[in-house]
Every structure is written in C-alpha cells, then in structure tokens.
Design a protein around this ligand. Structure first.
Ligand SMILES: [Zn+2]
Length: 167
C-alpha cells in the first residue's frame, strides 16, 4: 500500500501538490441470515452448505435468499461435500491492493472454480501455483482445507484453500 501511494505521489501532474492521508475505516456489517448460517457452519463445523432453488433445482453456495434465474425464495438447505471437482483456475501474478483488506495481495496465487459434491459451484484459492501442476489438477478431486478451529473467525477465509485429493 505504501509503495503504491509513493508511486501515485511521484506520478502526479507537475505543479500539483500531494498530501499523504492515511485512513483506516474498520467496518462491521451484518451478514444476514443466509450468509450468516453459511459462515457459522464453516466456522463451527467445517461444513459447506448451499441452498436449492425449488423451481430450477440449482444449488447455490454461498447461499442466496432468492434464485438469480427464477426469482423465487430458496429455503431448502443442502449439505454439500467439502470435496469437489476442479473445473477451472487462474493464477494471478499481478500485484494489486486487495479491496477487502487494503493491503497488497501476495502473488502468485491461484483462484479455482470448484463444483462441490452435492451440487453448487464455489470459487476459492487453490494450494498450488505451478501452472504445469495445475494443468494436471483440472477435472480432478480437490478438498477444502480449513483453518484450525481456534483460528476461525466466521468468514469465507476460514477455508484456507482447496487442495488436490491424492488418489
Ligand atoms: Zn431457480
């Protein structure tokens, strides 16, 4: 963050002034009942749950109150496996300021799209960043690795990452 501020200050238009104004705004907000239940299950039981649309049958995780396609309430909670199949991945090498933390995100990291057992597709970090290895992971089984229970805070990052299930 500091490095980025310095670059911004150095690149400003000639003749303009720059003032450093460090600002921290810690904010808490309610998760709502659906996301709250989802996060509580991860925190307390290391279990991933989703909800099922009564009309189209699609399972969504993290859960949403209303189906994005059918616009009907989704009240049926479905326990999903903590394992699934890796569909896609992206390896990120470009540094950027994480909007959730205000800190520079450590790179490289890998973001995966995982179809969970029981339905639902979730996006999360993968433990591997070597592209040649990741290409072997596509279509294979991956599992969620959770933080130790004492370290879980009730957020999405209580799942550390997904990693390959060794066969
Ligand atoms: Zn639907």
């Amino acid at each position: 963050m500091v490095e980025r501020e310095e670059r911004f200050i150095q690149k400003r238009a000639p003749g303009t002034l720059a003032v450093k104004f460090p600002l921290r705004l810690p904010v808490n907000w309610p998760t709502g009942p659906y996301m709250g239940r989802f996060l509580k299950e991860i925190k307390e039981n290391a279990k991933i749950w989703g909800v099922k649309c009564p009309k189209c049958g699609r399972i969504v995780a993290p859960p949403r109150t209303v189906c994005g396609s059918c616009h009907v309430f989704q009240k049926e909670w479905i326990p999903l496996g903590n394992e699934g199949t890796l569909l896609y991945f992206s390896v990120v090498f470009q540094k950027f300021t994480d909007p959730q933390t205000g800190e520079e995100r450590k790179v490289p990291y890998t973001w995966g799209v995982i179809e969970l057992d029981g339905g639902g597709v979730i996006n999360h970090y993968l433990s591997e960043t070597e592209i040649t290895k990741l290409l072997q992971w596509r279509g294979k089984r991956v599992r969620a690795v959770f933080k130790d229970k004492k370290d879980r805070k009730g957020d999405f990052w209580d799942i550390k990452y997904f990693t390959l299930v060794e066969e």
